[in-house]
Design a binder for this molecule. Structure first.
Ligand SMILES: Cc1ncc(COP(=O)(O)O)c(C=O)c1O
Length: 359
Protein backbone atom coordinates (compact mmCIF):
# COMPACT_ATOMS: atom_id res chain seq x y z
CA UNK A 1 0.00 0.00 0.00
CA UNK A 2 1.37 3.45 -0.89
CA UNK A 3 2.14 5.27 2.33
CA UNK A 4 2.25 9.08 2.30
CA UNK A 5 5.91 10.03 2.43
CA UNK A 6 7.37 12.51 4.86
CA UNK A 7 8.80 14.64 2.05
CA UNK A 8 5.29 15.17 0.70
CA UNK A 9 4.22 16.30 4.15
CA UNK A 10 7.22 18.59 4.43
CA UNK A 11 6.70 20.10 0.99
CA UNK A 12 3.03 20.77 1.56
CA UNK A 13 2.32 24.44 2.16
CA UNK A 14 -0.84 26.49 2.51
CA UNK A 15 -3.50 25.47 0.05
CA UNK A 16 -1.90 22.08 -0.60
CA UNK A 17 -2.97 20.51 2.66
CA UNK A 18 -6.14 19.28 1.10
CA UNK A 19 -4.21 17.68 -1.75
CA UNK A 20 -2.04 15.83 0.72
CA UNK A 21 -5.04 14.68 2.75
CA UNK A 22 -6.75 13.37 -0.36
CA UNK A 23 -3.58 11.56 -1.42
CA UNK A 24 -3.06 10.17 2.06
CA UNK A 25 -6.59 8.88 2.47
CA UNK A 26 -6.60 7.30 -0.96
CA UNK A 27 -3.22 5.68 -0.49
CA UNK A 28 -4.18 4.29 2.90
CA UNK A 29 -7.31 2.70 1.48
CA UNK A 30 -6.19 1.41 -1.87
CA UNK A 31 -3.77 -1.23 -3.14
CA UNK A 32 -2.96 -0.17 -6.67
CA UNK A 33 -2.06 -3.02 -9.01
CA UNK A 34 -2.89 -1.25 -12.28
CA UNK A 35 0.71 -0.65 -13.35
CA UNK A 36 4.31 -0.46 -12.19
CA UNK A 37 4.37 3.10 -13.57
CA UNK A 38 2.33 4.27 -10.57
CA UNK A 39 5.14 4.27 -8.04
CA UNK A 40 6.07 7.50 -6.30
CA UNK A 41 9.72 8.31 -5.66
CA UNK A 42 11.02 7.21 -2.26
CA UNK A 43 12.39 9.80 0.14
CA UNK A 44 15.94 8.61 -0.64
CA UNK A 45 15.31 9.02 -4.37
CA UNK A 46 13.90 12.50 -3.82
CA UNK A 47 16.99 13.39 -1.80
CA UNK A 48 19.21 12.19 -4.65
CA UNK A 49 17.20 14.36 -7.06
CA UNK A 50 17.51 17.43 -4.86
CA UNK A 51 21.28 17.00 -4.65
CA UNK A 52 21.83 16.40 -8.38
CA UNK A 53 24.46 18.42 -10.19
CA UNK A 54 22.82 19.83 -13.33
CA UNK A 55 23.45 21.81 -16.52
CA UNK A 56 21.67 22.42 -19.81
CA UNK A 57 21.45 19.01 -21.42
CA UNK A 58 20.55 20.43 -24.85
CA UNK A 59 24.01 22.01 -24.70
CA UNK A 60 25.36 18.62 -23.58
CA UNK A 61 26.28 20.16 -20.22
CA UNK A 62 24.36 18.12 -17.67
CA UNK A 63 26.91 15.94 -15.85
CA UNK A 64 24.30 13.76 -14.17
CA UNK A 65 22.62 12.91 -17.48
CA UNK A 66 26.05 12.16 -18.98
CA UNK A 67 26.81 9.86 -16.05
CA UNK A 68 23.50 8.01 -16.47
CA UNK A 69 23.92 7.63 -20.24
CA UNK A 70 27.46 6.33 -19.87
CA UNK A 71 26.52 3.94 -17.10
CA UNK A 72 23.54 2.44 -18.90
CA UNK A 73 25.41 2.09 -22.21
CA UNK A 74 28.15 0.31 -20.26
CA UNK A 75 25.70 -2.06 -18.56
CA UNK A 76 24.35 -3.24 -21.92
CA UNK A 77 27.64 -3.09 -23.83
CA UNK A 78 26.40 -0.48 -26.32
CA UNK A 79 28.53 2.37 -27.64
CA UNK A 80 26.24 5.12 -26.41
CA UNK A 81 22.90 5.93 -24.81
CA UNK A 82 20.43 8.81 -24.90
CA UNK A 83 18.13 9.87 -22.06
CA UNK A 84 14.52 10.33 -23.19
CA UNK A 85 11.37 11.42 -21.36
CA UNK A 86 9.49 8.21 -22.19
CA UNK A 87 9.93 4.64 -23.30
CA UNK A 88 7.74 5.36 -26.30
CA UNK A 89 10.14 8.06 -27.49
CA UNK A 90 13.13 5.78 -26.89
CA UNK A 91 11.40 3.10 -29.00
CA UNK A 92 10.53 5.53 -31.79
CA UNK A 93 14.14 6.75 -31.92
CA UNK A 94 15.58 3.24 -31.72
CA UNK A 95 13.36 1.73 -34.41
CA UNK A 96 13.89 4.66 -36.78
CA UNK A 97 17.66 4.23 -36.36
CA UNK A 98 17.28 0.78 -37.96
CA UNK A 99 14.36 1.17 -40.36
CA UNK A 100 14.03 3.86 -43.07
CA UNK A 101 10.75 5.45 -44.17
CA UNK A 102 8.93 3.02 -46.48
CA UNK A 103 10.52 -0.03 -44.84
CA UNK A 104 8.96 -2.40 -42.31
CA UNK A 105 9.75 -3.90 -38.92
CA UNK A 106 8.45 -7.33 -37.89
CA UNK A 107 7.20 -7.81 -34.34
CA UNK A 108 4.84 -9.87 -32.20
CA UNK A 109 1.21 -8.78 -32.60
CA UNK A 110 0.72 -7.50 -29.05
CA UNK A 111 4.11 -5.75 -28.82
CA UNK A 112 4.01 -2.32 -27.21
CA UNK A 113 5.43 -0.74 -30.40
CA UNK A 114 2.56 -2.21 -32.41
CA UNK A 115 -0.35 -1.77 -30.01
CA UNK A 116 0.35 0.95 -27.51
CA UNK A 117 2.42 3.69 -29.14
CA UNK A 118 -0.54 5.14 -31.03
CA UNK A 119 0.96 4.49 -34.46
CA UNK A 120 4.00 6.66 -33.67
CA UNK A 121 6.34 4.63 -35.87
CA UNK A 122 4.08 5.21 -38.87
CA UNK A 123 3.11 8.76 -37.96
CA UNK A 124 6.64 10.05 -37.28
CA UNK A 125 8.96 7.66 -39.10
CA UNK A 126 6.98 6.38 -42.11
CA UNK A 127 7.53 2.79 -40.99
CA UNK A 128 5.06 -0.08 -41.40
CA UNK A 129 4.81 -3.26 -39.34
CA UNK A 130 3.90 -6.89 -39.92
CA UNK A 131 3.28 -9.11 -36.95
CA UNK A 132 3.42 -12.71 -35.85
CA UNK A 133 1.18 -13.96 -33.04
CA UNK A 134 2.51 -15.68 -29.95
CA UNK A 135 0.42 -15.85 -26.79
CA UNK A 136 3.57 -15.57 -24.65
CA UNK A 137 5.13 -12.87 -26.85
CA UNK A 138 7.98 -15.17 -27.81
CA UNK A 139 10.32 -15.22 -30.80
CA UNK A 140 8.81 -17.49 -33.47
CA UNK A 141 11.80 -18.01 -35.71
CA UNK A 142 10.17 -20.23 -38.37
CA UNK A 143 7.39 -17.65 -38.84
CA UNK A 144 9.88 -14.77 -38.85
CA UNK A 145 11.88 -16.58 -41.54
CA UNK A 146 8.74 -16.97 -43.63
CA UNK A 147 7.83 -13.28 -43.22
CA UNK A 148 11.27 -11.78 -43.80
CA UNK A 149 11.29 -10.12 -47.24
CA UNK A 150 14.09 -7.59 -47.68
CA UNK A 151 13.74 -7.29 -51.44
CA UNK A 152 10.69 -8.52 -53.29
CA UNK A 153 10.81 -5.92 -55.99
CA UNK A 154 8.86 -2.69 -56.35
CA UNK A 155 5.53 -4.12 -55.12
CA UNK A 156 6.34 -5.06 -51.51
CA UNK A 157 7.58 -3.22 -48.43
CA UNK A 158 11.20 -4.27 -47.69
CA UNK A 159 11.81 -5.73 -44.22
CA UNK A 160 14.66 -3.98 -42.43
CA UNK A 161 14.37 -5.08 -38.79
CA UNK A 162 12.84 -7.45 -36.26
CA UNK A 163 11.65 -6.14 -32.91
CA UNK A 164 11.31 -8.12 -29.68
CA UNK A 165 9.99 -7.10 -26.25
CA UNK A 166 11.56 -8.46 -23.05
CA UNK A 167 9.78 -8.84 -20.76
CA UNK A 168 6.61 -8.83 -22.81
CA UNK A 169 4.02 -6.59 -21.21
CA UNK A 170 0.74 -7.81 -22.72
CA UNK A 171 1.91 -11.42 -22.57
CA UNK A 172 1.95 -11.18 -18.77
CA UNK A 173 5.55 -10.14 -18.18
CA UNK A 174 6.86 -13.19 -20.04
CA UNK A 175 10.62 -13.50 -20.38
CA UNK A 176 12.20 -14.13 -23.79
CA UNK A 177 14.94 -16.70 -23.11
CA UNK A 178 18.44 -15.56 -24.04
CA UNK A 179 18.95 -18.71 -26.14
CA UNK A 180 16.02 -17.77 -28.42
CA UNK A 181 17.33 -14.22 -28.69
CA UNK A 182 20.79 -15.49 -29.65
CA UNK A 183 19.25 -17.72 -32.33
CA UNK A 184 17.37 -14.70 -33.65
CA UNK A 185 20.59 -12.66 -33.62
CA UNK A 186 22.40 -15.33 -35.60
CA UNK A 187 19.58 -15.52 -38.13
CA UNK A 188 19.32 -11.71 -38.44
CA UNK A 189 23.06 -11.31 -38.94
CA UNK A 190 22.98 -14.01 -41.62
CA UNK A 191 20.23 -12.30 -43.62
CA UNK A 192 21.27 -8.70 -42.95
CA UNK A 193 18.33 -7.77 -40.70
CA UNK A 194 18.70 -5.46 -37.69
CA UNK A 195 17.24 -6.18 -34.23
CA UNK A 196 15.36 -3.78 -31.98
CA UNK A 197 14.80 -4.73 -28.34
CA UNK A 198 12.08 -3.02 -26.32
CA UNK A 199 13.65 -3.51 -22.92
CA UNK A 200 11.26 -1.39 -20.87
CA UNK A 201 11.30 -4.24 -18.30
CA UNK A 202 14.60 -5.90 -19.20
CA UNK A 203 15.58 -5.43 -15.53
CA UNK A 204 12.81 -7.85 -14.57
CA UNK A 205 14.05 -10.41 -17.12
CA UNK A 206 17.60 -10.00 -15.77
CA UNK A 207 16.53 -10.54 -12.14
CA UNK A 208 14.20 -13.44 -13.00
CA UNK A 209 16.81 -15.35 -15.02
CA UNK A 210 20.20 -14.11 -13.82
CA UNK A 211 21.15 -13.40 -17.45
CA UNK A 212 23.64 -10.50 -17.45
CA UNK A 213 22.30 -7.26 -18.93
CA UNK A 214 25.21 -7.19 -21.38
CA UNK A 215 24.05 -10.50 -22.88
CA UNK A 216 20.65 -9.01 -23.61
CA UNK A 217 22.36 -5.91 -24.97
CA UNK A 218 24.51 -8.01 -27.29
CA UNK A 219 21.53 -9.34 -29.26
CA UNK A 220 20.24 -5.87 -30.18
CA UNK A 221 21.43 -3.26 -32.68
CA UNK A 222 19.32 -0.64 -30.93
CA UNK A 223 17.23 -0.89 -27.78
CA UNK A 224 15.28 0.97 -25.13
CA UNK A 225 15.08 0.61 -21.36
CA UNK A 226 12.76 2.33 -18.87
CA UNK A 227 13.59 3.67 -15.42
CA UNK A 228 10.00 4.61 -14.65
CA UNK A 229 8.47 1.12 -14.49
CA UNK A 230 9.69 -1.45 -11.96
CA UNK A 231 12.72 0.67 -11.04
CA UNK A 232 10.46 3.33 -9.56
CA UNK A 233 11.88 6.54 -11.08
CA UNK A 234 9.25 9.19 -11.81
CA UNK A 235 10.34 9.78 -15.42
CA UNK A 236 12.94 8.52 -17.84
CA UNK A 237 14.03 5.98 -20.39
CA UNK A 238 17.12 5.49 -22.54
CA UNK A 239 17.73 4.52 -26.11
CA UNK A 240 20.98 2.66 -26.85
CA UNK A 241 22.86 1.90 -30.02
CA UNK A 242 25.97 2.82 -31.98
CA UNK A 243 27.58 6.22 -31.39
CA UNK A 244 26.38 7.34 -34.84
CA UNK A 245 22.81 6.20 -34.17
CA UNK A 246 22.77 8.05 -30.84
CA UNK A 247 24.14 11.24 -32.44
CA UNK A 248 21.31 11.12 -34.97
CA UNK A 249 18.73 10.22 -32.32
CA UNK A 250 19.84 13.26 -30.32
CA UNK A 251 18.83 15.44 -33.27
CA UNK A 252 15.50 13.64 -33.68
CA UNK A 253 14.77 13.85 -29.96
CA UNK A 254 15.15 17.64 -30.19
CA UNK A 255 13.08 17.74 -33.38
CA UNK A 256 10.28 15.91 -31.56
CA UNK A 257 10.37 18.40 -28.71
CA UNK A 258 12.21 16.06 -26.36
CA UNK A 259 15.30 18.20 -25.72
CA UNK A 260 15.36 18.75 -21.96
CA UNK A 261 17.38 21.28 -19.99
CA UNK A 262 18.45 20.79 -16.32
CA UNK A 263 17.21 17.23 -16.48
CA UNK A 264 19.93 15.83 -14.24
CA UNK A 265 17.28 16.08 -11.53
CA UNK A 266 15.49 13.21 -13.28
CA UNK A 267 18.65 11.37 -14.29
CA UNK A 268 19.63 11.35 -10.60
CA UNK A 269 16.43 9.43 -9.84
CA UNK A 270 17.45 6.91 -12.49
CA UNK A 271 20.95 6.51 -11.07
CA UNK A 272 19.46 6.02 -7.61
CA UNK A 273 17.09 3.40 -9.01
CA UNK A 274 19.98 1.50 -10.61
CA UNK A 275 21.81 1.48 -7.28
CA UNK A 276 18.87 0.49 -5.09
CA UNK A 277 15.90 -0.89 -7.01
CA UNK A 278 17.14 -3.61 -9.34
CA UNK A 279 17.70 -6.59 -7.04
CA UNK A 280 14.48 -5.93 -5.13
CA UNK A 281 12.46 -6.72 -8.28
CA UNK A 282 12.62 -10.35 -7.08
CA UNK A 283 10.15 -9.33 -4.34
CA UNK A 284 7.72 -8.01 -6.96
CA UNK A 285 7.97 -11.32 -8.81
CA UNK A 286 7.23 -13.23 -5.61
CA UNK A 287 4.21 -11.01 -4.91
CA UNK A 288 2.93 -11.54 -8.46
CA UNK A 289 3.06 -15.32 -7.98
CA UNK A 290 1.08 -14.96 -4.77
CA UNK A 291 -1.63 -12.99 -6.63
CA UNK A 292 -1.67 -15.51 -9.48
CA UNK A 293 -2.24 -18.33 -7.02
CA UNK A 294 -5.16 -16.42 -5.47
CA UNK A 295 -6.69 -16.01 -8.94
CA UNK A 296 -6.53 -19.73 -9.65
CA UNK A 297 -3.55 -19.56 -11.99
CA UNK A 298 -0.38 -21.64 -11.76
CA UNK A 299 2.16 -19.38 -10.01
CA UNK A 300 4.93 -21.16 -11.91
CA UNK A 301 3.59 -19.55 -15.11
CA UNK A 302 4.29 -16.08 -13.71
CA UNK A 303 7.87 -15.20 -14.47
CA UNK A 304 8.04 -11.56 -13.40
CA UNK A 305 5.77 -8.82 -12.02
CA UNK A 306 2.75 -8.99 -14.34
CA UNK A 307 -0.20 -11.36 -14.06
CA UNK A 308 -2.82 -11.57 -16.80
CA UNK A 309 -5.99 -13.26 -15.55
CA UNK A 310 -8.41 -14.53 -18.22
CA UNK A 311 -11.93 -13.39 -17.18
CA UNK A 312 -14.96 -13.28 -19.46
CA UNK A 313 -16.33 -10.62 -17.07
CA UNK A 314 -13.23 -8.39 -16.99
CA UNK A 315 -15.09 -5.09 -16.46
CA UNK A 316 -17.19 -6.53 -13.60
CA UNK A 317 -14.09 -8.05 -12.01
CA UNK A 318 -12.30 -4.69 -12.11
CA UNK A 319 -15.33 -2.95 -10.55
CA UNK A 320 -15.71 -5.56 -7.80
CA UNK A 321 -12.01 -5.32 -6.92
CA UNK A 322 -12.19 -1.53 -6.85
CA UNK A 323 -15.15 -1.66 -4.46
CA UNK A 324 -12.94 -3.67 -2.10
CA UNK A 325 -9.94 -1.35 -2.33
CA UNK A 326 -7.87 -3.14 -4.98
CA UNK A 327 -7.25 -1.40 -8.30
CA UNK A 328 -6.59 -3.66 -11.30
CA UNK A 329 -7.04 -3.01 -15.02
CA UNK A 330 -8.95 -4.71 -17.82
CA UNK A 331 -6.84 -5.42 -20.88
CA UNK A 332 -9.65 -5.97 -23.34
CA UNK A 333 -13.05 -7.48 -22.48
CA UNK A 334 -11.75 -10.88 -21.39
CA UNK A 335 -8.57 -10.30 -19.41
CA UNK A 336 -7.54 -8.49 -16.26
CA UNK A 337 -3.97 -7.35 -15.56
CA UNK A 338 -2.32 -7.13 -12.14
CA UNK A 339 1.12 -5.55 -11.77
CA UNK A 340 3.28 -5.58 -8.65
CA UNK A 341 5.81 -2.85 -7.91
CA UNK A 342 7.85 -0.89 -5.40
CA UNK A 343 4.81 0.52 -3.60
CA UNK A 344 3.19 -2.88 -3.02
CA UNK A 345 4.46 -4.47 0.18
CA UNK A 346 4.16 -8.15 1.01
CA UNK A 347 1.34 -7.26 3.38
CA UNK A 348 -0.46 -5.46 0.53
CA UNK A 349 0.02 -8.44 -1.76
CA UNK A 350 -1.43 -10.81 0.87
CA UNK A 351 -4.43 -8.50 1.42
CA UNK A 352 -5.03 -8.03 -2.31
CA UNK A 353 -4.75 -11.78 -2.85
CA UNK A 354 -7.51 -12.37 -0.28
CA UNK A 355 -9.78 -9.83 -2.01
CA UNK A 356 -9.12 -11.23 -5.50
CA UNK A 357 -9.60 -14.83 -4.34
CA UNK A 358 -13.05 -13.90 -2.97
CA UNK A 359 -14.05 -12.29 -6.27
C1 LIG B 1 6.95 -2.84 -23.02
C2 LIG B 1 6.79 -1.36 -23.00
N1 LIG B 1 7.52 -0.62 -23.83
C3 LIG B 1 7.43 0.72 -23.86
C4 LIG B 1 6.57 1.39 -23.00
C5 LIG B 1 6.45 2.87 -23.12
O1 LIG B 1 6.83 3.57 -22.00
P1 LIG B 1 6.27 5.05 -21.73
O2 LIG B 1 4.96 4.87 -21.07
O3 LIG B 1 7.32 5.65 -20.85
O4 LIG B 1 6.16 5.74 -23.03
C6 LIG B 1 5.79 0.65 -22.11
C7 LIG B 1 4.86 1.34 -21.19
O5 LIG B 1 4.17 0.75 -20.40
C8 LIG B 1 5.89 -0.75 -22.11
O6 LIG B 1 5.16 -1.52 -21.30
Amino acid sequence: MSKPRSSELASTGDGRVETWVVVAVRSLLVIDLRSDTLTRPTDAMRAAMVGAEVGDDVYGEDPTVARLEERVAGLFGHEAALFTPTGSMANVLAVRSLVAPGQEVLCEASAHIARAELGAHGAYSGITMRTWIDRRGQVDLPTIRSMFAPDMGPFFVPTAAISVENTHNFAGGAVLPIGDLRDLREYATGVGARIHLDGARIWNAHVATGTPLAEYGAVADAMSVCLSKGLGAPVGSLMMGSADAIAEARVWRKRMGGGMRQVGILAAAGLHALDHHVDRLAEDHEHARLLADACGLDPADVETNIVVVPRSDAAEFVAAARDQGVLVSAVGPTAVRLVTHLDVTRDDAVKAAAVLARI
